[in-house]
Each structure stands twice: as structure tokens, then as C-alpha cells.
Ligand binder design. Sequence first.
Ligand SMILES: Nc1ncnc2c1ncn2[C@@H]1O[C@H](COP(=O)(O)OP(=O)(O)O)[C@@H](O)[C@H]1O
Ligand SMILES: [Mg+2]
Length: 363
Amino acid sequence: MAEIRMEGLVKTYPGGTERATDDVSLDVADGEFVVLLGPSGCGKTTLLRMLAGLEFPDAGKITIGGEDVTYRAPQDRNLSMVFQSYAVFPHRTVRANIGFGLAMRKVPAAQIAQKVAWAAELLQLTPYLDRYPAKLSGGQRQRVAVARAIVMDADVLLMDEPLSNLDALLRLSFRAELKKIVQDLGTTTVYVTHDQGEALSLGDRVAVMRTGRIVQLGDPLEVYDRPADTFVGGFLGSPPMNFLPATVHDGQLSVAGHARPAPAHLQGHSGDLVVGVRAEHIGISGINDTDGTNGIEARVDVVEPTGSAVLLTTSVGAGPGPAVLKVSAPPTFRARPGDTVRLDLAPDALRYYDAETQLALEP
Ligand SMILES: Nc1ncnc2c1ncn2[C@@H]1O[C@H](COP(=O)(O)OP(=O)(O)O)[C@@H](O)[C@H]1O
Ligand SMILES: [Mg+2]
């Protein structure tokens, strides 16, 4: 069993004024794959390095498999790491690179050979075992790093942006492969990325971080569909969630110049708020149908076909404030810049946020 528990982890670097991690608590179940997601500088790597034993926290506690490892050296934690940079030894062959950790542990040669052959097969490196890293592509070098990590049979696998240095196409294909490999191994994994698509596709759960804190923890669907605040809604999704100024008075919600009954949990509310809605939850119709009365009139500013859809940037003039709305329409929707369209905000898809705190106003 190798569940991880992090409790109240605080870390400030020498000379640093802000906390790199600020009271982070997070449990990772045995065999679970948790992704730490957030913008650059939010403390992801710091948290991972504390898990690895490469940094010690100022306060807080880390247990792995029930044992307090907070101040243990990295080699006494039974974990393996994969970093963003291809941390492979240039003067060793692929074979020697993959077997390096086992050799350091004085594992018998026959056993190393067997393990290396297994990992090389899994990562499609068998034809390259006698090559040196200089003769490999970036993707292959990162495969070597992953192979070297998994041969160790560690309780915990830590990965810090392992795909970030790969080109877009390779990143997508390798990420699916990595998911399958880790799934089959069943190793408890903590994976760091600033790429929201990667986080959603890989994680059993995603911990969204901002300025040293976890602002939301949930399964990918949950954090995407019900962002805990506007930061999370804006960070996840491509395009990000749309936000519109809105007001509630006397049980009526006014958004983009339209009044409708406020949802039950906001009936008692009065004043400003923010409405969030995803691009794919906005209905769009009525090109240049200026007599139309359904929905909200908007002007098309930008049209971006993506192949499977067409992304429209529209502006809505009506109050309480003007707004830009990104709308995902079927690929056959033929609007052009300057056209007017009619938008329909599906009530079930609307999310509500406090205008001041930006926190979700939950039912
Ligand atoms: N070795 C270091 N010394 C001083 N400050 C650091 C060091 N490493 C990171 N920081 C600072 O700590 C904060 C968190 O950094 P980091 O954990 O690397 O974030 P992330 O991995 O999310 O980009 C940032 O403000 C960063 O500048
Ligand atoms: Mg980092």
C-alpha cells in the first residue's frame, strides 16, 4: 500500500517573501493518479520536490504508506521521478541508462537485464538499447527517462512536466501511452503540468493550484463542469469559460440584457454576480435575423474553424455590462465577421459566482 498524505505543507525559499506552498493538504489513494495543475510559479514543482525529499517543508507532514517521510532522504522513500528535461546520462547507452538505478542498488545483472528488456518493450525502445542518447529524438530520450523510472518498482511515481519539451503531436500520442502504462502498473502517481488538457486527460483527480494553494480538487469532469471559482473556470478548458456580469433583483436574473427567473438557490440574493458558461453550452442560430426575439442578440467578431467545430468570438452589447462570449458551433455553421446571431444560454449550464470573491455560489 502506498497512499500519500500531505498535511499543511508550508514552504518558503530562503530569501523568498511569498510562500511557495501555503498550507497544502492532499491525500492520494493507493494506485491513484493525481495531477497538480496550475500556472507557472504556483508551487507545483515545490510540492513535488517535497514529496521526493529534494526539499523539506517549513511546516507540515508527509506520509507514504503510513510512514512519516517528511524529512527522509529521497533514496529512503521508494519513489521514482521523471523530470521535464531529459535527465539521461549522455555517456551511457539506453540499456545502461534504463538499468542505472537497479545497478546502483546492486541488483544482480540477470535481473537487471530482464527488467530493462521489459521496460524497453513497454516504451518501444527495444531497437535502441545499444544507442547513446545523442542519437535519439527528444521523445525517445523521454521514453528512456520513463523506462528508468518504472524499472525501480517504486511505490510512488512522481512526474514533473514530462511531456513539456515534446512537440504537440508527440505530446498527445505519448500522453495516451503514458496513461496506459501507468494504469497497467497501478503505481500511485503524482503528475505536475501547467497544461489543462493534459491534466484533464490523465488525472483520476486534478488538484488545481494557485499561488501556493490548492483551490479545487476533484475528478476532471467535476473541475471542468463546476469550477470552484472564476480562476479555475478560466484556467480549464479551451476556450476558457465565459464570464458575464449579471444582477439578481426580486428573484429575476439579468444577464446580457435578458431577464429570467433566478435559480432557486439565488432567489434570496440581491445585487451583482458573475455568470459563467462554457462555449459548448451556448446555442447559436439566426444569422442576421434581426427581427428574431429568441435569445440574446450578438455580433460575430471572429470566426475560427477548428475542424470538428467552429469557434465564434461574439460580443453582446446589452447590460448590465458589455461582454465577449466565445461560442462553439457545429462546423457547418456559416457565420461571418459582422453578422448578427442569436445566442441561447442553457439554464442548466449556467454557473454563478460572487462578484467580489469570485467564488462559486453553490446551490
Ligand atoms: N530554488 C528556489 N529558490 C527561490 N525561490 C524559488 C525556488 N524554486 C521556486 N521558487 C519560487 O517558488 C514559487 C513556486 O515555484 P515552483 O514550485 O517552481 O512553481 P511551478 O512548478 O508551479 O512553476 C515561485 O514563486 C518560484 O519563483
Ligand atoms: Mg514547475
